[in-house]
Design a protein around this ligand. Structure first.
Ligand code: COA
Length: 319
């Protein structure tokens, strides 16, 4: 039986740090409000000339090095992004070219904040089916490009960054299971509601959100998702060593941790420093905890995400 193992991780954050105090100079908000409602203290923003692919490339190079891989070892490239450099080609193709990977399939996945979970799940299926041996899976975003910087209810939430993993075929797990969901009936609760094909509004769309409703849906949906994931393996609450959640809001994260019966010491939280980097948030958080030595080989890790669509999903794995 073939399994998918994570061979190496990488992350990259742009240099520019934007604190809550800095935002409070341009919109009617305060550090106290943002920290108490979201846990966010600061976020990173890409420079004017820095693109999603630039961030993805940095994270990918670090992950390749950590995995001990050459670019030529990679036979699948997937980038999860909602903020691609171009309408086409896919950011995965742009990244592939930067890295000197020529020939293997490369494509983007658009599932907003669940994008990395979707991308990792797809890579797992490619590997288990024998269609590839080593995949580069990246979550990369420049959310700052689609934030409405005059809307205090959303602009305080988001940040830019990229995270990456190299996964490879192995005889032992690895990824234990993946669980993906979506329901487009909720398309208007969290959206950047213009696109290439819809010419009725200005391009590009800016993020709008009914925050309260999103919050409630996120908590109840993730609760059910955690139950589904544990049940699929007959796991009990305490069997998971680490929760690596999508980083949107510490209150949502704490509710999921409670559902898992995990103390916050076993939850990787980066939202305070990164903000919500959408598809990049989970691999960035994972890389952070691998690099600082918290997540070790053999640990059981649950990754979960929830985002626009709505989309939601989880990956349960042994690192
Ligand atoms: N600073 C100060 N006040 C703000 C503010 C800000 N940045 N943003 C909103 N407010 C105000 C609102 O205008 C409202 O004022 P009013 O009562 O005078 O109308 C008040 O704060 C309460 O707004 P509300 O939206 O009810 O706050 P909330 O407790 O729901 O917190 C969020 C807002 C966005 C933090 C919260 O709803 C949330 O985290 N939602 C989920 C967001 C998310 O995770 N999205 C991504 C999913 S991938």
């Amino acid at each position: 039986m073939t399994y998918t193992r994570i061979l190496g991780t990488g992350g990259y954050l742009p240099d520019r740090v934007v604190t809550n105090a800095e935002l409070a100079r341009t919109v009617d908000t305060s550090d106290e409000w943002i920290v108490s409602r979201t846990g966010i203290r600061e976020r990173r923003l890409a420079g004017d000339r820095e693109t999603t692919c630039d961030l993805a490339e940095q994270a990918a190079r670090v992950a390749l090095e950590a995995a001990g891989c050459q670019a030529s070892d990679i036979d699948l490239v997937i980038v999860a992004t909602t903020t691609p450099d171009r309408v086409f080609p896919a950011t995965a193709c742009l990244l592939q070219d930067r890295l000197g990977i020529h020939g293997p399939p490369a494509f983007d996945v658009q599932a907003v904040c669940t994008g990395f979970i979707y991308a990792l799940s797809i890579a797992d299926k490619f590997i288990r089916a024998g269609s590839c041996r080593r995949a580069l899976v990246v979550g990369a975003e420049t959310m700052s490009r689609i934030v409405d910087w005059s809307d205090r209810s959303t602009c305080v939430l988001f940040g830019d960054g990229a995270g990456a993993v190299v996964v490879g075929a192995a005889d032992e797990p690895g990824i234990l299971s993946t669980h993906l969901h979506a329901d487009g009936a909720y398309k208007d609760l969290l959206t950047a509601n213009t696109g290439v094909s819809d010419v009725r509004a200005a391009w590009p769309g800016r993020i709008t959100m009914r925050g309260n409703e999103v919050f409630r849906m996120a908590v109840t949906t993730l609760d059910a998702l955690v139950g589904e994931t544990l049940a699929a393996h007959g796991l009990a609450q305490g069997d998971v060593r680490w929760l690596v959640p999508h980083q949107a809001n510490t209150r949502i994260i704490a509710a999921t941790a409670k559902r898992l019966g995990l103390p916050m010491e076993q939850v990787v939280v980066t939202v305070d420093r990164h903000g919500n980097t959408s598809g990049a948030s989970i691999p960035l958080a994972f890389d952070t905890a691998v690099r600082d030595g918290r997540i070790r080989r053999g640990d059981v890790v649950l990754m979960e995400g929830f985002g626009g669509g709505f989309t939601w999903g989880s990956v349960l794995l042994t690192f």
